[in-house]
Design a protein around this ligand. Structure first.
Ligand code: SF4
Ligand code: SF4
Length: 177
């Protein structure tokens, strides 16, 4: 094919590249972009903070001790995906939004934040991070009994109830022998 024919064919076909940044562009499903955090599904286990390769995540107690603040700095994030991989409740996930370019002066505005409000344990009244259904359904599946029984009970009370019910069961079994 002559060079002239190639030029004419390409002119007829039009541009072969994306119009970005003047128009939309394609992003593959697996692209690791900006991070979305859902405080309603978070159990404050701090695993994401622990595994974060870039040290981009901080979970700190609010000054008035009413809950926990979650902060993630996108300018420090390496988009490695470890936080999403290790999060037990899928409260943190990477999106395909790659628009992270910003001026140096704006770096503290490129954050993802969230707040987990403490609730009172329904047994002892201690302030606690709510036990979210994402965690309970992961532990107990569709079992409504235990899911309801452990709702909004602090760690200590859950442990105590589990131990007591275990001891009672064992005692009943022993007494039948
Ligand atoms: S993607 Fe990696 S670097 Fe970014 S917040 Fe998650 S663990 Fe940290
Ligand atoms: S986002 Fe996930 S890994 Fe991070 S503290 Fe919450 S539950 Fe744990």
């Amino acid at each position: 094919m002559s060079f002239l024919k190639i030029i004419l064919r390409n002119l007829r076909k039009g541009p072969a590249t994306d119009p970005y940044p003047f128009g939309d562009t394609f992003t593959p499903d697996g692209l690791r972009g900006k991070i979305k955090y859902n405080p309603q599904a978070c159990v404050a286990c701090r695993m994401c903070e622990h595994v974060c390769a870039g040290g981009a995540i901080r979970i700190t107690e609010a000054e008035d001790k009413s809950g926990l603040n979650f902060t993630l700095w996108h300018n420090t994030c390496a988009f490695c995906g470890l936080c999403q991989h290790y999060c037990p409740t899928k409260a943190i996930r990477l999106t395909t939004d790659f628009h992270t370019a910003h001026r140096q002066a704006d770096k503290y505005n490129y954050v993802e934040t969230g707040f987990i409000k403490y609730v009172a344990c329904r047994r002892c009244g201690q302030p606690m991070v709510p036990v979210v259904k994402e965690l309970l359904s992961r532990v107990y599946g569709d079992l409504e009994g235990p899911t309801k029984a452990f709702e909004n009970l602090c760690e200590g009370c859950r442990r105590q109830i589990s131990t007591e019910s275990g001891v009672n069961k064992r005692w009943t079994e022993e007494s039948k022998r």
